[in-house]
Write a protein that binds this ligand. Structure first.
Ligand code: ZN
Ligand code: ZN
Ligand code: ZN
Length: 478
């Protein structure tokens, strides 16, 4: 009897050790899963402790934006008015077309008629345009406020300017570049793929870019009808056929007058004398310059007058691109204008001509925006590998569950067995030891059951989240 009991106790101790092992295994797994969740969560929220360089900040923001748009496609989508209010244009203009307009012979009659029809009288400009052939008159009207523009471009009374009028709205001045487009794609209206670009993305004036030798480049430009179209194509790219193409904003470069170096006009309008663009001297051109020193015509600084180092050029570029920069900064594509325009950029490179400057600007913009897309792809890859890991963990836990179940069962059986044995009269030392072992096993048993339950719950949660992530990944791929 005693020998048998000793044997039983030994077995029970083994069981105890075994259950402890299972407990540690389970808690290890749940820790792994927790840390995976934290990584995933922080990627979602963009809270990873990355260096805050502009481009990574931009990537994080883009990812955040994209997950936001995927999650709530319907309720966060802003209407055009939201963007027009957020990014105000300098002015708003439109064309008023109608046969009766030419009957209003002076500016006061026209302004009075516009006020009668719409109630608006604070017009910035009302300029008549006479068509060459038909001699029909149109009016180009400019206002300062978006609210006035909205009122003016609504329906007019049918007797406006006696015979009724039509409105032709103007689009915001936003241009984009589509990258890596095959050179054999004909960028004209008859092309069905170009037509699809217009219809699907609100693009117009789609044109192939040619290099200085008039050969087609692998880029096409397009204008955007709405601010939201501009933001969307930069964020998501465009499909031509089944292939996705990257899209970057078009930034206008500025060239100084190639005759006198001025920032205020171009050569065709130049009334000044010839100045050297390198040393700002007279009597020679840059190609024949013998000066050892550079002197800027505009800021008198020690650089050529078309150099990136010139703060006046930088200011000019920021000024002419102010509308598009406002949107790029507001939508957090860039953190400041200097991300793409080299404000006072201190480069040791020696520029010899203005065209070099232009290609460098394009290259910079392209690299910044492709950097952004590469980073995005990298993060997506990271996410899918962490999803794979979570899957493996879930699989392991699922594998462990029968183990835990059977161990719980066998412990229960042993306990029942022991209980019946304890009914016999035995050595009191044995009874004490047995009871303490029994208590331990009961405690372990309970915690195993608890862990089993929480891991089941975790399992469900993780599967739900996995499904969300897979959905998100699928959506962002399309
Ligand atoms: Zn000039
Ligand atoms: Zn010179
Ligand atoms: Zn300068």
């Amino acid at each position: 009897m005693e020998i048998k009991l000793k044997k039983d106790i030994a077995t029970l101790k083994k069981v105890q050790k075994w259950t402890k092992n299972i407990l540690t295994r389970i808690s290890n797994h749940s820790n792994e899963i927790k840390s995976d969740n934290i990584v995933k969560q922080s990627q979602k929220n963009g809270k990873t402790n990355r260096k805050t360089t502009p481009s990574t900040k931009m990537t994080t923001n883009i990812i955040k934006n994209q997950s936001m748009t995927t999650k709530s496609m319907t309720n966060i989508e802003h209407d055009e008015e939201f963007y027009e209010q957020k990014y105000k244009r300098d002015y708003y203009d439109f064309l008023l077309i109608g046969n009766g307009i030419s009957g209003y012979s002076n500016i006061y009659e026209r302004i009075d008629e516009i006020k009668r029809c719409t109630g608006i009288d604070n017009l910035e400009m009302v300029r008549p345009i006479v068509e060459k052939n038909s001699k029909n008159m149109k009016l180009k009207i400019k206002v300062k406020e978006y609210s006035d523009y909205k009122t003016l471009t609504k329906e007019w009374p049918s007797d406006s300017f006696k015979t009724g009028i039509k409105i032709k709205k103007s689009y915001p001045n936003l241009k984009v570049i589509v990258l890596d487009v095959q050179r054999n794609l004909k960028a004209n209206q008859d092309n069905i793929q170009i037509k699809a670009l217009q219809d699907n993305y609100g693009l117009y004036n789609i044109r192939r870019i040619h290099n200085h030798k008039n050969q087609p480049c692998n880029k096409i430009t397009a204008k955007c009808k709405k601010i939201s179209d501009f933001i969307d194509v930069i964020k998501d790219g465009v499909f031509i056929g089944s292939k996705k193409y990257r899209v970057i904003p078009h930034i206008v470069n500025y060239r100084v007058c190639s005759k006198c170096g001025s920032l205020k006009h171009q050569q065709k309008d130049c009334l000044k004398a010839q100045y050297c663009l390198k040393c700002s001297g007279t009597g020679h051109q840059i190609d024949n310059c013998n000066s050892f020193f550079d002197k800027c015509i505009n800021c008198l600084g020690p650089h050529k007058c078309f150099s990136d180092k010139c703060k006046e050029i930088a200011q000019k570029k920021i000024f002419i691109n102010r509308f598009v920069l406002k949107i790029l900064i507001g939508e957090k594509f860039i953190s400041s204008a200097s991300d793409i325009l080299q404000v006072g950029y201190d480069s040791e490179e020696d520029q010899t001509s203005q065209s070099f400057d232009t290609s460098k600007l394009n290259f910079l913009i392209e690299s910044i925006f492709s950097d952004k897309i590469n980073n995005l792809e990298h993060t997506l890859n990271n996410q899918s590998s962490s999803i794979r890991k979570i899957k493996e963990n879930i699989q392991q836990i699922t594998n462990d569950i029968p183990d835990v179940k059977s161990s719980v069962r066998s412990i229960q059986e042993t306990l029942i067995d022991l209980n019946s044995k304890l009914n016999f009269e035995v050595n009191s030392f044995m009874v004490n030891e047995l009871e303490s072992v029994k208590r331990n096993i009961e405690i372990n048993n309970k915690s195993i059951e608890q862990i089993y339950e929480t891991s089941l719950k975790n399992n469900n949660n993780i599967q739900k989240e996995l499904f969300e992530i897979l959905k998100y990944l699928d959506l962002s791929k399309t």
